[in-house]
Design a protein around this ligand. Structure first.
Ligand code: URA
Length: 444
């Protein structure tokens, strides 16, 4: 078996794995060697996997996590946004179900005069990817040449594109290995993975939406807080201002889960007709982005500005401007704006009466994936039209036989398993559940 040894640094990767396995801290040099070996291919998958598992069990301290994030951030191309005047604010969600806030927040913030130059990822597993949602709009181009991307932000104020292939190659390889070795759920690995991409993407300030609950990587608030704090700290050390919003992901956000369905819901929200939870989280995130962008230091003032932009329709106008700039076509005369539509809808009904006490976000995300809205592997194709529409959410009273949700589907064979999964997601209890907060904490 080949053993990776870097002659120049006189490092044996086996020793690095052993040190981590035994709970020691790795030096900046060792982490640099590791990241170089991941990105140039000199380290084999099995040694990287063994090291990731050692980190999973032994963790990393703040210094190691920061060194890992920085080494990964500079493992490939680093975007220079200095051509765009002003403070550039980026947004990142740790991944949720029905989370279409970027589609709402981007035009609201851009309309307030803060440039949004955003690179987003594709969805993997039960969580959706922002780029896939935009890509469901007919004609919309998610791939843009860098000068065109910059030009659009200068002219329109906002652009959202697919992450460049050369950005953070070390994370790309490490994440793919973690994904198949049960080592994703590690706070230092998640924090360094996310922050390396944010640092390489070039923004000055970052708002992080850290999700907590069944549909999130972090199921418990305590762990989510630790993740948020770690990321804020990495950002600070890298000269970025970072604010983390901890938000509930026990049930999906809004009512639609699935790419084109979520675009439609985002448009409805920008037109003042969205779900309350989706609107509230969007207003909170956009308000903090105004603060990060230096528009105001008062949260009340920021919220008032964002509200005014929404109510006046300026957010909706900015959304249309950005979509058109990227080649997207929305048909105003059609109820669903000409977005892809599934062939049929299937009702999922309540088996008993009571109150909805839970709508498990993971199971709803998994249902959308079963219908074809998500991908199990990055190279999989997805169906933009399909998904789940939630007619009842946590706290709603229901009668036996009421429709809980609608499946939007293109393949009849998927009706039975998908209906079963949605039925499993809904818990109906005799008493109303305690109301849960949507915004759980803010960490600066
Ligand atoms: N999202 C990322 O980009 N990386 C992780 O490790 C987890 C979620």
């Amino acid at each position: 078996m080949e053993i990776a040894v870097n002659k120049e640094l006189k490092m044996d990767f086996q020793d690095i794995i052993r040190e981590k396995r035994d709970g020691q801290t790795l030096s900046e040099k060792e982490i640099g060697y590791l990241v170089k070996g991941i990105s140039d291919g000199s380290l084999p998958d099995y040694q990287i996997a063994a090291w990731a598992m050692a980190v999973y069990f032994q963790g990393m301290d703040d210094r190691e996590t920061r060194d890992l994030a920085m080494a990964m951030a500079y493992s490939g191309e680093v975007v220079d946004l200095s051509f765009i005047p002003g403070i550039k604010v980026d947004k990142h969600s740790t991944g949720g179900v029905g989370d279409k806030t970027t589609l709402i927040v981007t035009p609201l913030v851009a309309a307030a005069g803060i440039p949004v130059a955003k690179m987003s990822g594709r969805g993997l597993g039960h969580t959706g990817g922002t780029v896939d949602k935009y890509a469901s709009i007919p004609g919309f181009q998610v791939e843009r040449k860098f000068p065109d991307f910059i030009k659009q932000v200068q002219q329109v104020g906002a652009a959202v594109v697919s992450q460049s292939g050369n950005l953070v190659p070390a994370d790309k390889r490490l994440y793919a290995i973690r994904d198949v070795t049960a080592t994703v759920e590690s706070i230092p690995l998640i924090a360094s993975s996310i922050m390396s991409k944010k640092i390489a993407s070039g923004a000055n300030s970052i708002i992080l939406d850290v999700k907590v609950g069944s549909g999130a990587f972090m199921k418990e608030q305590e762990k989510a807080e630790e993740l948020a704090r770690t990321m804020v700290e990495i950002g600070k050390r890298a000269g970025r201002r970072v604010i983390s919003v901890l938000s509930d992901m026990e049930q999906p956000l809004g009512r639609m889960v699935g790419n084109a369905l979520e675009v439609k819901e985002a448009i409805d929200t920008l037109k003042g007709r969205g779900s309350q939870d989706l609107l509230e989280l969007s207003l909170v995130l956009a308000s903090y982005m105004l603060i990060l962008g230096g528009k105001t230091s008062s949260l009340e003032e920021a919220r008032e500005s964002v509200r005014e932009i929404l109510v006046s329709g300026r957010g909706w106008e900015k959304f249309q401007e950005m979509i058109a700039a990227q080649g997207g076509e929305l048909k105003q005369e059609m109820e669903n704006y000409g977005l892809p539509q599934a062939l049929s809808k299937q009702e999922v009904k309540a088996a008993k009466s009571g109150y909805v006490s839970a709508v498990n976000a993971f199971l709803i995300g998994h249902t959308a994936m079963m219908l074809g809205a998500g991908r199990a592997r990055l190279e999989d194709d997805i169906d933009y039209a399909v998904g789940v529409e939630l007619l009842k959410k946590t706290g709603d009273p229901v009668q036996a036989g009421d429709t809980l949700a609608l499946l939007h589907l293109n393949d009849e064979k998927r009706i039975e398993p998908a209906s079963l999964e949605v039925s499993r997601a809904y818990i109906i209890s005799p008493d109303p559940p305690q109301k849960k907060r949507l915004i759980l904490d803010i960490i600066e």
